[in-house]
Design a protein around this ligand. Structure first.
Ligand code: ADP
Length: 387
């Protein structure tokens, strides 16, 4: 098959190395056999598409993996595109047309490809584009990697997210609201003890709503579903507003919050939800991991490295040295944190890290156990880059 592929498409533009003259027929046979075995071993469908006359040559995997008979007229581009899922056909066509404008030599695209039994497999198509002297694409040699299992996992995850958001969040919110109504005296006065228990219940359900929200955000991020929608913003105002939002938590613990901001800053292209969520997370951590009555938290913004660094500093419990490499891992909590603050999920920082990486920012920290921690977020001067 491979020998056949080489024969039908003679060497062009010096792209295919000519065999070394000293190689014997036996050497060449062995080489071809090796390639055939490699192609068999990968199980990938391999194609050689001639863009000039629209002919395609496939390897054996097309027939074994997709169930087509050898008399199926598979040798044309028309047959190929006719077997792409109708919903994926236009994006594929658009993607192919970009090859004619650009000069890049690698090609990749994901779509669904029809099997002989009528069902579809998800494929990751990637290949090498060969061009003529004037840059026109003439040929693509590539493979269709079957990613159906991964795609099905993504679909299952998607359904799980929908399930979590509707089936878990709604009843949890009902518990919290009724709890708040009970403690507010909506159904008669509670004794101090009853009020205390109901308050505990309400707080726990509020916490659970937060955790479910965080898991939801993470799943969406991992599925690439969170779009960064950045607009010009006054980050000084956003920062002050976020600090106001955590003031009750700080007041509860009698932790002081100092704000050290420049008088003015140019507007910055940021996604307000992501900015506020990031700062809120860092501030609540600083307050929660700081001793009551003794705590001091400082928020600052400085210009640095063609961007802005927002920092949140505290004089709290700090992060033990051996925990520091793990702090951005999902569900990770340092041992000193577990003792100091029972309510924690280990998801907040992971989420902030993923969001920061997604918009092209940086997140890091400095900490000494028992002395305090400073978290830094760097946002490029050009703002958050939309996905
Ligand atoms: P959570 O706070 O819910 O446990 P996070 O992902 O926000 O989850 O934080 C992960 C861990 O990082 C915390 O459990 C704690 O060990 C550590 N940490 C975060 N912020 C601070 C801080 N300001 N001071 C000390 N430890 C911190």
């Amino acid at each position: 098959m491979i020998a056949h592929m080489t024969r039908t498409h003679p060497v062009k533009n010096g792209a295919d190395p000519l065999p070394d003259r000293t190689e014997t027929i036996e050497d060449l046979r062995e080489k071809l056999r090796r390639y055939e075995l490699i192609f068999q071993a990968t199980n990938d469908v391999i194609y050689d598409l001639n863009l000039e006359d629209g002919t395609v040559v496939w390897n054996e995997a097309l027939y074994t993996q997709y169930g087509y008979e050898h008399d199926e007229p598979t040798g044309t581009l028309e047959w190929w595109t006719g077997h792409v899922h109708p919903d994926d056909a236009l994006p594929l066509e658009n993607r192919v047309s970009t090859l004619f404008d650009g000069s890049t030599n690698s090609w990749q695209h994901d779509y669904r490809f029809r099997r002989a039994d009528g069902g579809y497999n998800y494929v990751h198509d990637r290949g090498l584009v060969l061009r003529s002297g004037n840059g026109k694409p003439t040929r693509i040699i590539g493979s269709l990697l079957d990613v159906t299992a991964q795609a099905q996992l993504d679909i299952a995850k998607d359904e799980f997210i929908a399930l979590v958001s509707h089936q878990l969040r709604t009843p949890l919110t009902v518990i919290r609201v009724y709890g708040e109504m009970l403690t507010g005296g909506a159904f008669g006065q509670l004794t101090d003890e009853q009020a205390e228990w109901v308050r505990n219940m309400t707080q726990s359900s509020a916490r659970l709503i937060d955790v479910v929200g965080a898991i939801l955000n993470i799943s969406r991020l991992e599925l690439g579903r969170i779009n960064i929608s950045a607009t010009q913003q006054d980050i000084l105002k956003l920062t002050r507003d976020t600090v106001k939002g955590v003031a009750p938590l700080a007041a509860d613990k009698e932790v002081e919050i100092a704000v050290s901001l420049p008088d003015s800053l140019p507007q910055l292209h940021v996604d307000t939800i992501i900015y506020v969520q990031t700062l809120h997370n860092l501030l609540t951590n600083a307050i929660r991991y700081t001793e009551a009555q003794k705590g001091r938290v400082t928020v600052s913004i400085d210009e640095a490295d063609e961007g802005y660094v927002v920092s949140v500093s505290d004089n709290g419990i700090g992060i033990p040295l051996d925990s520091q490499p793990h702090i951005f891992e999902r569900f990770y909590r340092a041992r000193n944190a577990v003792g100091a603050e029972t309510q924690g999920s280990g998801l907040g920082l992971y989420l902030v890290k993923v969001m920061t990486d997604t918009y092209g920012g940086k997140l890091w920290f400095e900490s000494t156990e028992g002395q305090g921690t400073t978290f830094y977020v760097w946002i490029p001067a050009g703002g958050m880059r939309p996905l």
